[in-house]
Ligand binder design. Structure first.
Ligand code: NAP
Length: 315
């Protein structure tokens, strides 16, 4: 039978890292999982600026490497395992990975983050790895000197367009509304770049190309008029969906699947806590994720350690 841990932390992004740092410092016996990749979504972020102490430009990959170095220094290691199932047995949980290996823990912090919303066209699978990408920093270099389209109007789309404008000849930024959702500072930057063309209010209709992307056909949302963008690359930046399937039916979620948490990061299950992009947080930023994770770790420690000063509902 697998060893019983006091705490299992699921997630290798900034939230999972922070929960592990606090658990380690709090003397909690824990196991922390990433699925073999360090950094979570941050690893695919072009540059990071809006985090204290970070003097940019620093890439998401560099930031992830720093987190790993810090983990080593503090003295914890990630289990490179993808947890696929959580079951409840008496007073503990059993966590099982995709190789059927299992771990036991009394409480859980879910910091599993979120994943990209799929590109909404039927032919999408045909173009995966053939011109359609969800990660500008990972794949941008393949399109050096070419024309590409970025689809979306949030921070990711704006950052991707800026990043690609330095590599590509031309960047079409396709968004379904006339206003961007992303931060004003990024909007100003995007509007000031010569080789970024704003294509608004348009939505994707069709991808054309035999062996790879040759064009993206978009439709004007107001007039219905189509437009053919001759591009070899399409970068989808349509937002996120929460990785909350693991706790489906165990905790309350919003209609979109985000895990509901209170100010102490309790979910509706008394022994499951959550932090970061998997939660119904009003702002999905590293600063928020790490703050939530610090609280979640402290709440978990207090659940485990009855001598804790914070008053706890143990359920
Ligand atoms: P997001 O803010 O949810 O934006 C997604 C964009 O995709 C929206 O503009 C949305 O349009 C559009 N969209 C969604 N579904 C669509 C569809 N079916 N067809 C066409 N357009 C569609 O996602 P995100 O930009 O990935 O950001 C996710 C979170 O991470 C946000 O909280 C963001 O602030 C954060 N983030 C922060 C930074 C940073 O601080 N530097 C960087 C990246 C991400 P509408 O606007 O019309 O809804």
């Amino acid at each position: 039978m697998s060893q019983m841990h006091e705490l299992a932390i699921i997630g290798g992004g900034p939230a999972g890292h922070t929960a592990a740092i606090y658990a380690k410092r709090g003397g909690v016996d824990f196991v922390v999982f990433n699925d073999g990749l360090t950094g979570g979504q941050i690893a695919t972020t072009a540059t990071l600026e809006n985090y204290p102490g970070v003097v940019g430009p620093i890439s998401g990959v560099e930031f992830s490497q720093l987190m790993d170095k810090q983990a080593e220094q503090i003295g914890f290691e990630f289990e490179a395992s993808r947890i696929e199932k959580i079951t409840e047995e008496n007073d503990h949980f059993v966590l099982t990975d995709d190789y059927d290996e299992s771990w036991r823990a009394k409480v859980i912090i879910l910091a599993a983050g979120a994943h990209y919303r799929p590109f909404p066209l039927e032919e999408t699978p045909k173009y995966h790895g053939r011109g359609l990408s969800y990660c500008a920093t990972c794949d941008g270099n393949f399109f050096r000197g070419q024309s590409v389209a970025v689809v979306g109007g949030g921070d990711t789309a704006l950052e991707d367009a800026l990043y690609l404008s330095r590599i590509c000849e031309k960047v079409y930024l396709v968004h379904r509304r006339r206003e961007f959702r992303g931060q004003p500072v990024l909007q100003w930057q995007v509007r000031g770049v010569e080789n970024i063309e704003l294509v608004m209010p348009y939505t994707p209709q069709r991808i054309e190309g035999e062996d790879g992307v040759e064009a993206l056909v978009v439709k004007n949302k107001e007039t219905g008029e189509p437009k053919r963008l001759e591009v070899t690359g399409i970068f989808s930046a349509l937002g996120l969906l929460p990785n909350s399937e693991l706790v489906e039916g165990m905790v309350e979620t919003t209609d979109y699947g985000y895990v509901k948490v209170d100010a102490r990061m309790h979910t509706s299950h008394p022994r499951i806590f959550a932090a970061g992009d998997v939660t119904d947080s009003p702002l999905r930023q590293i600063a928020v994720a790490v703050g939530q994770a610090a609280i979640a770790a402290e709440t978990a420690r207090c659940w485990i350690n009855e001598n804790c000063a914070i008053e706890m509902e143990r359920g």
